[in-house]
Design a protein around this ligand. Sequence first.
Ligand SMILES: Cc1ncc(COP(=O)(O)O)c(C=O)c1O
Length: 378
Amino acid sequence: MRIYLDHNATTPIRPQVAEAMSAVLHAEFGNPSSVYEEGAAARARVESARAQVAALLGADTSGIRFTAGATEANNTLLFGLLEPGDHVVTSAVEHPSISEPLGLLEGRGIRVTRVSPDGDGCLSSGAVLDAIGEGTRLVSIIWANNETGSLQPIEEICAECRRRGVLFHSDATQAVGKTAIDLARVPADFLSSSAHKLGGPKGVGALVARDNTALPAFLHGGGQERGLRGGTENVAGIVGYGLACELALVDCAQREESYGKLRDRLWMGIRASIENVRWNGNPARVLTNTLNVEFSGLAGEVLVQALDLEGVAVSAGAACHSGSIEPSKVLTAMGRTPEEARGSLRFSVGWGVDEAQIDRVVGLLAQMVPRVRAVDSP
Ligand SMILES: Cc1ncc(COP(=O)(O)O)c(C=O)c1O
């Protein structure tokens, strides 16, 4: 049996989710826009999923706009909201689905300030707020980083943005389902989420808005999603996303704690059996499921391949950049040298992972790291 420790890349789909989706795919093929019975049944499915997503996030159902994942949610926000002359404050450790669109928008007259994190990947709320100035339309800060799991001071930044009348967005794709998020308490104007990071299917997610009137459609077409997102709804995907959200709400705190125990067991095992390792992140300020470790003096991609041959899936840098051996931009923004970044691996646990698997991975690493260091140092 393989050991899957890459839950930040994607999660295995929860069996109940797959079953619910399969029932929709097989028996409920209606188009939610159709006015007859089949359409009404599909519409009811979509709306009950909307309520499930809203419940997990503490949001109003009217603010949920289903998308084809977090990349679309982020693009919808940035291309829909920003106009030439606007200023955006963001971080240097955003996912490419934020940083790439912002790079394009910079070429169209939008000003962007990227705030750097500290050596643990954490932003200071003061530095983010100090960057707000004349014409700042939006502050967009990732809730939890996909590579390191580093958590940002979202609550403080959000509250102050609200006080100053600046729109606030968080790409919460990695945080949703892994840690509690309550938009009633943290009143972000916009939030992005994706189903496949919490036991749901790929290709579906949501942009959540406090007030949808501020943000026009990005995809224009048949007026679906109350005119906010054209295109026939991915009904089965939306049903799966809704159920994944409902399941994520059950025992959320206990799950967060149990992932933390597995993650800490992995770190303690690594630290006890391998020399010259460093945790890329502040243990007190990362998602409990994530451990990013630098094994100095080796090429991370070689270790990833060696582990893969032994049945273990982990990642060197983000999966979205796989195929590329460029050092991680997140780690270099944290001050790591390209060599240090290249020697770093991300382990991320989730449902289905147990202590025996963690111990096996520690044992494999203890054997492999000295060998890879001897043969394959970069
Ligand atoms: C923080 C973050 N934002 C956005 C995305 C993109 O999500 P999707 O795969 O749903 O487009 C990811 C996926 O890796 C992510 O980790």
